[in-house]
Each structure stands twice: as C-alpha cells, then as structure tokens.
Design a protein around this ligand. Structure first.
Ligand SMILES: [Zn+2]
Length: 403
C-alpha cells in the first residue's frame, strides 16, 4: 500500500488537484483527494512535493518485436518467433521506464504480442499492459505482408478475422492502403475494399472487439471509416468529407506524427524509397491532423514504435508535435491517457486517476502541463500498484553523461 502526499494530481479526467493525496494498493486506486486517510503502519509514504502524479501513459500504436532498425520489415523477415519475443521483452521494459504502462500493439509477426500479453498478465514477465492485434490482416501483397495474414475477398477476410480472434487478439488490424515501409507499395493506393473491411469489422463487432486501419490515401481512409473501423491510423491525406465521416461514426484518429519525421532526415540510412514516399506526404500529414483536431475528432496518441528509429518511449515527442501543431498540452495528455483508454474501450479500468481504477501511475518532476518535457524521465512508475521504475540519481547522471 502506498500513499502519495503533497502532490499535484492530474486525474486526466477533467480534474486537477493542486496539492493532494492518492492512496493505492498493489492493484487499484483506493482513494484520491485533497486529503485521504487510512490507518495502516505498513503504508509506504512518498512525499510528492514539487511533483505531479498522473495516470500511466498509453501508446496507442506500437509494434512489439519490430526493432526500429532502418528497415525493420527486412530484419523481421529473417527472424523467428523466439527472436521477436526476446525483443518484445526488452522493449516492454523500455516502455515501462518511459512511463508507458499500456500499449496498443498493431501488428507483430507470429502473434508474438498476444503471447507477450499473456505472460505479462500472468506475472511471468514485467511489461506494460498490451492490447494486441497479433498478425495484421492485409490483401495479397498488402502493406506489412511479411508479418500478416493475406486475405482476398469477404470470405477470406472473415476467415482471417476469425483466425485472429481465435488466437486471442484483442482487436483486429487491417491495411486500407499501401504503406511507407513496404517495398513496392504505393502508399496512397487503396488496398482492402470497403466490403472486405466491413466483413472484418463485423466479425470484431460480433464479439465486442475493436478494429484499427492503417491508412494513408484519402479513398482508403474513407473506405475504412465507412466499413466501421474503430480507429484510423496515420491518416496522412484527410479531406473534409473524411473528417465529417469520422465525426458521424465516432471514429478515432491515431495520427503517429512522429514516425515519418524520424525517417525524413535519414537519407542514406533508410532505403531510398521510404524517403521518397515520406517527402510526398509529410506536409499533408500536418494539415490532416490539424483539420481533425479543429473539428473535434477524438484523438489517441501513438508513436508507431518499431518503425525506423522509433524506439520505445518516444511518446513524449509525439505529444510535443501535437502541441506544436496546435493542441493544448492538457489535450495532448488526455490523448495519451483517458482518450486513448476510450479507443480500446478500457476507460472503466485505466486512463485516469479515479477510485477503483488500476493503479497505473507515473510521478514526474514539476508540472507537465507547463512543460511536457517533464514526462520524459518519470521519477516513479507504478504498474498495477507495483513500483516498476524509479529514477535514481545514478541513472540520472548516466543519462546526462550519455547526452
Ligand atoms: Zn504501425
């Protein structure tokens, strides 16, 4: 049992307590307020003077097991499930250290993310909570086919959806358009038809699961929204009609602003075709994000960790980009906490500091609303009420030396 005292509390559910207290056990939040009381000599007290507690962050778009190398699909091609799983374990620790206590995994070869999730749930390894899509579902030759199930036509798409649900997927990932990382793919081109995606969405809806669509080109974006996906990923080329459709359908946007930026200036490091593709769409990406944000499309923050140079824990960079493009800091935080929890329909369990919710909590220096950079090195990270990371002065020095 822990009690935080003298601490600023950002509940990320609309309330901020300037100086308050939070009580939690090795599971859930017991109490939160200006003052909470509990007589228990075994309570560990953390004096949070000068610090802020907020819910553990949620990265809504990652790829556990993908190694953030210049051409991750190429390295994944030669790897078996064991190598991918070992990378996932290592990445899980990195996520936790960065205060990311939940990740939404949108595609990993061999369903490694599903096994990883189960091992974390069983307490066999330490890692973030995972909402796992497992293998994505793509058309023959579609984006990410190296890690995917290929399916063509409604029947095959249903079969693939059912196969993934049988394997234990929490949600289904589909590719509505081509992608940057897949050689030979035209990123703007449509891939799955609306009908194929509708069949997949129906299968997910039948068992109350969600769906996510990789999208770049406008037509593919609209196909996916009309088909009924829960979230649109990337969405480089939105137009007004697409935004209206999202509002009508309640579709979330996960913009992943950081991912293309990490590729853009890596001439010579990443394959040439990637740079060419990114250059064509990077400016539109910003405009699309701003259009969605200004019109009130619900937004969840995700990094696309695992793509080139996109190592675990860069969510704060993504939030900084959102703020740079016009979002208010508290809205950016919301998109990485409560807003993101809604995209996986877990808002009853995670994403805010409320009584009864999971004790996924991070404590940072200062006030991240005033300086979002404070999120980068959390002082304490709790996952399910267990202390999983503590910044020591030793680690601090080490980091400073490295930089
Ligand atoms: Zn991705």
């Amino acid at each position: 049992m822990y009690k935080l005292t003298n601490i600023r509390i950002l509940t990320c559910n609309g309330e901020e307590i300037e100086v308050g207290e939070v009580l939690f056990n090795e599971d859930v939040i017991i109490d939160v307020g200006k003052q909470v009381s509990m007589e228990d000599p075994k309570i560990k007290i953390i004096d949070g003077s000068g610090m802020t507690v907020l819910p553990g962050l949620i990265d809504s778009h990652v790829h556990l097991g993908m190694d953030a190398s210049p051409d991750p699909f190429a390295s994944m091609k030669d790897e078996g499930p064991v190598e991918i799983a070992l990378k996932a374990v290592q990445q899980g620790h990195e996520f936790l250290k960065a205060g990311i206590t939940s990740v939404r995994n949108l595609g990993t070869r061999d369903n490694v993310d599903i096994s990883y999730r189960d091992s974390v749930e069983a307490g066999q390894i330490e890692g973030p909570r995972v909402f796992a899509a497992g293998r994505p579902i793509v058309m023959t030759g579609g984006h990410g086919h190296v890690m995917a199930i290929e399916a063509d036509g409604c029947d095959e798409a249903r079969k693939a959806a059912r196969t993934q649900l049988k394997a234990g997927a929490d949600l289904l990932k589909v590719m509505a358009t081509g992608g940057v990382l897949t050689k030979g793919n035209e990123p703007g081109a449509t891939q799955f038809t609306e009908e194929e995606m509708r069949c997949i969405c129906q299968e997910a809806a039948n068992v109350s699961k969600t769906t996510a669509a990789h999208t770049i080109g406008t037509e593919g974006i609209k196909n996916a929204i009309r088909a009924g996906v829960t979230t649109i990923e990337h969405a480089y080329l939105l137009d007004e009609e697409a935004v209206d459709l999202m509002l009508q359908k309640g579709t979330f946007l996960v913009p992943t602003l950081l991912a293309p930026r990490l590729i853009l200036d890596k001439d010579g490091a990443v394959p040439k075709y990637m740079i060419g593709k990114v250059k064509k769409i990077i400016d539109d990406h910003k405009v699309s994000f701003q259009m969605a944000y200004q019109n009130g499309v619900p937004i969840a923050a995700g990094t696309d960790a695992g793509t080139p140079f996109n190592v675990p824990g860069l969510l704060v960079d993504e939030l900084q980009l959102m703020v740079e493009y016009g979002m208010k800091p508290h809205e950016a935080l919301y998109s990485a906490t409560f807003g993101a929890a809604k995209a996986v329909r877990m808002e009853g369990e995670i994403g805010s500091i409320d009584i009864g919710k999971a004790a996924d909590l991070i404590i940072v220096n200062g006030n991240p609303i005033e300086d979002i950079e404070q999120l980068r090195h959390p002082v304490y990270v709790f996952s399910r009420g267990r202390l999983v990371h503590e910044k020591t002065s030793h680690i601090n020095t080490h980091h400073e030396l490295k930089v």
